[in-house]
Design a protein around this ligand. Structure first.
Ligand code: 4AD
Ligand code: MG
Length: 480
C-alpha cells in the first residue's frame, strides 16, 4: 500500500478508509495516543493504539524518536486538538529510540543545546519550520528570477580571484602541509600544486556573473560562498549561500528597484505558502521576547513585520545624508555611539540600526558610498562639490539584521577599472578576462548580493544565524 504524507491526510476528506503512514514519534501518551511526524508538515498526526489488544513489548518500543510504520483507518477525531486521527490496525517499529539516551525530550530545548545536536535538531518543531521556510524562500528566489527572464548561472567554487579584495579567503591545495615544494624565497610553489597556481574558495560569484550578464542579458547565481573573516557574531557564517543577480544595461537605480521588488516578492511568497510555520515561529519569538526588557522587544509580531515590509516603500538616502543624520542624532550628541561618525567611516551596526530602527523605521537603501571603503569593481561617481570620491554602491539595511543586500553598478570603463585595480594592488594576471569584458562591447551593468541566511533569519525571526542553516560553519566550528 502506498504511503500517504501526513500533510495530505490532515486535510483529507476521504475518511473511514485504510491508509498507510510512516514517521517519527514525537510523543506517546497514556499508552494510547501517538503523535507522529513525517516532516511533510509542522503538524503531527495522532495515531490511536488499542493498547489492550497490543503486545506490551511492542508498546514499550513506542518512544519519542522511534520510527514507525502504521496502517489504519483515517477517522474524524473525537478528541480536541485534531480534526482526524488514525485508528491503528498494524504497527511496526522500524527503528527504536532508547528514551534513556535519546537527547530530544518532549520539552523545550535551548537553541544552544540543539546546535550541539545538529543531526537531530531538524526533528524539532522550531527547526523543521525554519527549514521549511528556508526551502520556500529558495524556491521563491528561483521562481522570481525565472518569471523575470533571468538565467540561473553556476559560477565556480574554486577560483584564483578574491572578488571582494578583502583577503579573507580559504586556500585550496593538495599540498602535503608537512612537506611541500618551495620557491627560491621559501614560499609555497603553487606552480607545482594541482591547478598550477594559488587558488581559494570563492567569496562571491559576481565577477563570473558579470560574464553572464554581458552575454545573456540577465543572470543570477545562488550558491555557497566562503569567507575566512574571524567574526563571531549572530550574523556571520564562514560558509553561507548568496544570491547574486547581474543585469546588463542597468544602472544603480534599476538595481535598487530590482532588489526591493525581489525582496518583497520572496517574503510575500512565504507569507502565503507557509502560514502555519510562520505562526509557530511568531509564537516562539513572542515567548523569547518575554525574557527581554520591554524596550528591546519588537513592536510588531513576526507576520505583521513581514506584511509591513511587503507593503512599505523602502527609504533611499545617500551615504552623505546618512552621515548627516547620524551626526545630528541624539545618541551621537550624547556620545552613546561606540564608534565615531564622520564622512569616510564604514557604518557600524549601531549606526545602521539607528537609521533603520529609530530614524526611518523601515528598510533603508544607502547609496553612493566613499570609494575608499568599497570594492575595486564599483562604478566611480563624479567627485562631489567638496571633491570627495564616491562609488555607485548600495546597501539595503533591514531592522534587526542590518545589511541584508550589498550591490553596485560596475565600473564599465577599462581605463578607470585598471587604474583602480592598480591603486588597490589587485593583480591583473588573474583578472585579465574581467578587464577584457570592458574592452569588447562593454556596457553599463549592475547587480547585488543577498545573504540567503540573513533573509531566512529575518523571515523566521531567529536571532542567531547558526540556527537557520542545517550545519553552520563558524570560527572554530565545523562539526557535522
Ligand atoms: O556585501 P557583500 O560582501 O557583497 C558581495 O559579495 C558582492 N559581490 C555582491 C554583488 O554585488 N553581487 O555580500 C553580500 C551579502 C551581504 O549583504 C550579506 O547579506 C551577506 O552577503 N554576507 C554574509 N552573510 C553571512 N555571513 C557572512 N560572513 C556574510 N558576508 C556577507
Ligand atoms: Mg557588503
Amino acid at each position: 500500500m502506498k504511503r500517504s504524507k501526513i500533510s495530505e491526510l490532515l486535510h483529507s476528506d476521504t475518511l473511514d478508509k485504510t491508509v498507510h503512514i510512516k514517521g517519527w514519534v514525537r510523543t506517546f501518551r497514556s499508552n494510547r495516543f501517538i503523535a507522529l511526524n513525517d516532516g511533510s508538515t509542522l503538524h503531527n498526526l495522532q495515531a490511536v493504539v488499542d493498547f489492550e489488544n497490543t503486545d506490551t513489548d511492542l508498546l514499550q518500543k513506542i518512544n519519542t524518536g522511534a520510527s514507525l510504520s502504521i496502517t489504519g483507518k483515517l477517522v474524524l477525531s473525537a478528541g480536541k486538538g485534531q480534526r482526524v486521527e488514525i485508528q491503528v490496525e498494524t504497527l511496526e517499529v522500524l527503528g527504536e529510540s532508547d528514551p534513556d539516551i535519546y537527547p530530544l525530550q518532549p520539552k523545550k530545548h535551548s537553541m544552544e543545546f540543539l546546535r550541539e545536536k545538529a543531526h537531530l535538531r531538524t526533528r524539532t518543531t522550531t527547526m523543521s519550520s525554519v527549514m521549511r521556510v528556508r526551502h520556500g524562500l529558495a524556491f521563491a528566489i528561483h521562481e522570481y528570477f525565472n518569471k523575470e527572464g533571468f538565467y540561473y548561472m553556476n559560477t565556480p567554487i574554486i577560483t584564483a580571484s578574491d572578488a571582494e579584495g578583502a583577503g579573507e579567503t580559504f586556500r585550496v591545495t593538495t599540498f602535503d602541509l608537512d612537506n611541500f615544494p618551495k620557491t627560491e624565497d621559501q614560499k609555497p610553489d603553487f606552480q607545482q600544486d594541482f591547478f598550477g597556481k594559488a587558488v581559494n574558495l570563492t567569496v562571491s560569484g559576481q565577477l563570473e556573473a558579470e560574464v553572464g550578464a554581458l552575454s545573456m542579458g540577465a543572470v543570477y547565481t545562488f550558491g555557497p560562498t566562503f569567507r575566512a573573516e574571524n567574526s563571531n557574531t549572530t550574523r556571520h557564517l564562514a560558509e553561507f549561500w548568496m544570491v547574486e543577480p547581474e543585469v546588463a544595461f542597468a544602472d544603480l537605480q534599476e538595481d535598487a528597484q530590482l532588489a526591493e521588488d525581489f525582496l518583497k516578492y520572496i517574503i510575500r511568497y512565504v507569507l502565503e505558502k507557509y502560514p502555519d510555520d510562520l505562526a509557530l515561529l511568531e509564537n516562539r519569538l513572542l515567548d523569547e521576547e518575554k525574557t527581554k526588557p520591554a524596550k528591546d522587544r519588537n513592536q510588531l509580531a513576526l507576520r505583521e513585520k513581514l506584511e509591513f515590509i511587503v507593503n512599505t516603500d523602502f527609504e533611499q538616502i545617500t551615504y552623505t545624508e546618512a552621515i548627516r543624520i547620524l551626526r545630528n542624532s541624539k545618541p551621537h550628541k550624547k556620545k552613546r555611539f561606540k564608534y565615531m561618525v564622520e564622512w569616510g567611516i564604514d557604518l557600524q551596526t549601531e549606526h545602521e540600526r539607528y537609521l533603520v530602527e529609530k530614524h526611518f523605521k523601515k528598510p533603508v537603501i544607502i547609496v553612493d558610498y566613499p570609494q575608499d571603503i568599497k570594492a575595486f569593481y564599483m562604478k566611480q561617481n563624479q567627485p562631489d562639490a567638496e571633491g570627495r570620491k564616491t562609488v555607485a554602491a548600495m546597501d539595503i539595511l533591514f531592522p534587526a539584521i542590518g545589511e541584508i543586500v550589498g550591490g553596485s553598478q560596475r565600473e564599465d570603463n577599462e581605463t578607470k577599472l585598471r587604474q583602480r585595480m592598480q591603486e588597490m594592488n589587485i593583480p591583473e594576471e588573474d583578472l585579465w578576462w574581467y578587464l577584457e569584458l570592458r574592452k569588447f562591447g562593454t556596457a553599463p551593468h549592475a547587480g547585488f548580493g543577498l545573504g540567503f541566511e540573513r533573509i531566512v533569519q529575518f523571515v523566521t525571526g531567529i536571532s542567531n544565524i547558526r540556527d537557520v542553516i542545517p550545519f553552520p560553519r563558524t570560527p572554530k566550528n565545523a562539526n557535522f
